[in-house]
Design a binder for this molecule. Structure first.
Ligand SMILES: [Zn+2]
Length: 464
């Protein structure tokens, strides 16, 4: 005679029953989503479940065909244009409407594709930096320079904003990004700067930084302040690539996890560079330039800062790498996320006017300690920026035992001589816009000289 099972007995399902359940799970419809605990009364989930649109975009630009296009999901509400609360597609291309799925998918080599790609890169850039601050507990919406409680106007984006111009820019006065297109000398195909992931993210970087540090873009700052702006643009392109998991995988595969090997990550603006006759993009982040090499030329100066950050990226990646425990691409993605937050927070903490590289490096050095990172992080920062002649390491006191944290301070090494004027000739279009030069002062100078000449020559007013 069979015994009755004890109270609380749970039968062990047989193998056949388990198989039946697995099959049933595969075939059953998922059913209506429910809020609340299992068994509780059904509470309908409020509509819509989530906003967000898929977009089709270039991974780098049309010339890097090894990696081509990708689908990306942009969380958040995106309307015809595309546009959202912070970014709007400007005139020049008919507004793109989402398809039946709410997605913005267009054929490459069409104006619609270009509008979607450009919007998507700007959106991803803004989201990336908003996340970087949130991750560090410093959440803020990152306003555009003109935003206030009474002006919340979005940044306008014009993918075809500069026909037959070999350039692109961020204009504060016009509240926009404009991208040029041109046919390179001796070639037939038109190059669209808006199709470049790097150029669009670079210009968006200028817009983001201008919202935080409005003084830095003005040309009467010392050269290094201009260098920080230009470098932040290039670093934005690198950080945005590192924010995409598939791009991290591509970098690892291409370099076999040696970041100092030539990779598209360090080569900024491939197609643009190719059309100008260089194979390493407009400038190369993996360089050895020092401050005394660069002088007051802002574009060269920017590469000193960009290069040091790239070296630190490679150092942090090598330090954190542990293939036995974690995938290399995941490590690169994680290290990139930390470093972009570190750079952004250090820029925010630097002085509002005439900031130098050393100002920013001192903040980075302090922040890694405050973030309780291993002491190696601080020593990578010291070593790389000393090699670039940005800082000098000053031993303030012998390290107290048993603490092994080096008791050091950072002092500026090579600095701009007082009154040194920025040479922005080789910079991107943003840095060369007249609006960032004190034009009125230059005009006033000429007008004053004219008035003085008139006074000296007896032209003292209307006759009579
Ligand atoms: Zn620039």
């Amino acid at each position: 005679m069979e015994q009755a099972p004890p109270v609380g007995y749970i039968p062990t399902p047989t193998a056949a029953y388990r198989q039946h359940r697995k099959t049933a799970q595969l075939l059953d419809q998922p059913g209506t989503p429910r809020a609340g605990a299992p068994g509780a009364a059904d509470t309908p989930v409020p509509l819509p479940y989530a906003f967000g649109a898929r977009v089709l975009m270039w991974k780098q630009d049309p010339s890097v065909d090894e990696i081509g296009t990708r689908k990306a999901f942009l969380p958040g509400l995106i309307l015809d244009g595309p546009r959202d609360a912070r970014i709007a597609s400007g005139a020049g291309i008919d507004p793109v409407a989402p398809n039946a799925f709410g997605d913005f998918v267009a054929q490459p080599d069409t104006p619609q594709f270009d509008a979607v790609h450009t919007f998507a890169v700007v959106r991803q850039t803004l989201t990336m930096y908003q996340r970087a601050l949130s991750a560090a507990g410093a959440e803020m919406p990152l306003p555009w320079q003109w935003n206030s409680s009474v002006d919340t106007a979005p940044l306008q984006v014009f993918p075809y904003g500069l026909p037959n111009v070999m350039n692109a820019f961020y204009s504060r006065a016009q509240g926009c990004l404009k991208f040029g297109d041109f046919i390179p000398t001796g070639q037939k195909e038109r190059v669209y700067t808006c199709r470049s992931f790097d150029i669009v993210s670079h210009e968006t970087g200028h817009a983001v930084l201008d919202g935080l540090k409005p003084n830095w873009l003005l040309a009467d700052n010392p050269p290094q302040t201009g260098g920080l702006h230009e470098s932040f643009g290039d670093l934005t392109a690198i950080f945005l690539a590192l924010a995409q998991l598939d791009q991290c995988e591509a970098v690892i595969a291409q370099t076999k996890a040696r970041l100092h090997d030539k990779t598209f990550l360090a080569d900024i603006a491939e197609q643009f560079g190719l059309s100008l006759g260089t194979t390493t993009g407009l400038r190369n982040a993996d360089n050895n330039l020092t401050l005394s090499d660069a002088g007051n030329e802002v574009h060269a100066l920017s590469q000193v800062f960009t290069g040091a950050i790239y070296d630190i990226l490679a150092d942090l990646f090598a330090f954190e790498r542990n293939p036995a425990l974690e995938d290399d691409a995941a490590v690169l993605h994680r290290v990139g996320a930390y470093l972009r937050g570190l750079v952004l927070r250090s820029l925010i903490a630097a002085p509002d006017r005439a900031a130098t590289y050393a100002d920013v490096v001192v903040q980075m050095h302090a922040l890694v300690a405050r973030d309780a990172k291993p002491p190696d992080y601080a020593s990578f920062i010291r070593d790389r920026f000393s090699a670039r002649e940005v800082v000098e390491v000053v031993v303030t006191a012998p390290a107290p035992a048993p603490q092994d944290v080096p008791n050091v301070a950072l002092a500026p090494a090579v600095v701009d001589a007082p009154g040194t004027v920025q040479d922005r000739r080789a910079c991107c279009g943003t840095m060369n816009l007249p609006e960032y030069y004190n034009i009125e002062a230059i005009l006033a100078q000429e007008v004053n000289a004219l008035a003085q000449w008139c006074a000296q020559h007896g032209r003292t007013g209307p006759a009579g």
